[in-house]
Design a binder for this molecule. Structure first.
Ligand SMILES: [Zn+2]
Length: 88
């Protein structure tokens, strides 16, 4: 029998992933899953870039956000407009 509760349980284990050509939504560490020619591995992708094609599995690679981490040049406190700072 098909139940709503079962559906929720299934959905909860599906991770959101991004495909080749998608815009990187959040800077950080992504797990790359290839189509079998290579083990999963991590990369750093920067928000606004586009997830690139794999030279072997082409568009089959998928990217799963592991940990968001702003690129320092995009971080407001390091790259935002200068504010008057006072010593002490
Ligand atoms: Zn690949």
């Amino acid at each position: 029998m098909y139940t709503a509760g079962g559906t929720v349980a299934v959905v909860s284990i599906v991770q959101k992933y991004y495909r080749v050509g998608d815009r990187v939504p959040t800077s950080g560490v992504y797990r790359v899953v290839h189509s079998g020619h290579r083990q999963k591995h991590s990369v750093i992708a920067v928000r606004g870039d586009v997830f690139p094609r794999c030279r072997f599995c082409k568009d089959a690679a998928v990217f799963i956000l592991v940990e968001s981490a702003p690129y320092i040049a995009h971080d407001l406190d390091f790259a935002g407009p200068s504010l008057e700072l006072q010593e002490g």
